[in-house]
Design a protein around this ligand. Structure first.
Ligand SMILES: [Zn+2]
Length: 242
């Protein structure tokens, strides 16, 4: 290995400016003359295929891929790359952990941005695992819609809670939920710890979740439920906020 690779993670709730930070780093790398590839997920079509854009309107060309393996295939075809940026990393699922680590091993700077928390304040893989293996983590906060404090969480707005609640959709395919939700507006709000109302540990299923995670046979149960229920949710806020 001639170069020193690294894995940088930019994470936080919705409205924290994760994509803005990702694009800031990409722009800096461009100024430095580095060779860059920006990836977005094919599921994430809200800003148009082939572009990553932030709340503030910054926009940069990206390559839309279907899964983490495709990222490695594309990168392998460009041996002169310096930096790989991956937006909305939560869409890629657990496979991104090995992919991002291998790319960093190969000498690339890998910058990954995505949601690390679901609307009911559950850890949202693969971001928590990526954070554990990262060289650098920047956990951004949004602004609480109730009090203006730093917000590490987001939740469904009260008016949308019953209409759009997919807590019961365990095992449903994320892609099905996406089509249901496209076109929704103002579904999510940033909340501080004091004002996040839908945190799972305060809910009726918290006891069940504790049992599941402590049971020897149920080790992966919580993350997989979360993934099944939340990939579609992640698509939504773009329609509300971007
Ligand atoms: Zn607050």
């Amino acid at each position: 290995m001639t170069r020193s690779g690294r894995l940088d993670v930019v994470c936080g709730p919705m409205f924290a400016g994760k994509t803005e930070e990702l694009l800031r780093r990409v722009r800096r790398a461009e100024i430095a003359g580095l060779r860059i590839e920006v990836f977005s997920h094919a599921l994430d079509t809200r800003r148009g295929i082939g572009a990553v854009s932030s709340h503030s309107g910054q926009r940069i060309a990206s390559r839309s891929v279907g899964d983490a393996a495709e990222i490695e295939i594309v990168v392998a075809q460009q041996p002169d790359l310096d930096l790989v940026a991956i937006d909305e990393a939560h869409f890629f699922g657990p496979a991104l952990l090995a992919t991002a680590s291998r790319l960093a091993d190969s000498g690339l700077v890998v910058v990954v941005a995505g949601l690390d928390v679901t609307f009911d304040a559950r850890p949202f893989e693969p971001l928590p695992s990526l954070m554990a293996l990262a060289d650098r983590v920047d956990a951004l906060t949004a602004v609480c819609s109730t009090c203006g404090a730093d917000a590490a969480f987001h939740q469904k707005s009260t008016s949308q809670k019953s209409a759009g609640d997919h807590n019961d959709a365990k095992g449903a395919d994320a892609r099905d939920m996406v089509s249901e939700h496209v076109g929704g507006t103002d579904i999510y709000q940033a909340r501080c710890r004091r004002h996040v109302e839908q945190a799972w540990w305060r809910g009726a299923d918290a006891r069940l979740a504790s049992e599941v995670t402590s049971s020897p046979s149920g080790r992966q149960s919580m993350p997989s439920l979360t993934e099944a229920g939340e990939i579609g949710e992640g698509l939504l806020y773009g329609n509300a906020a971007r």
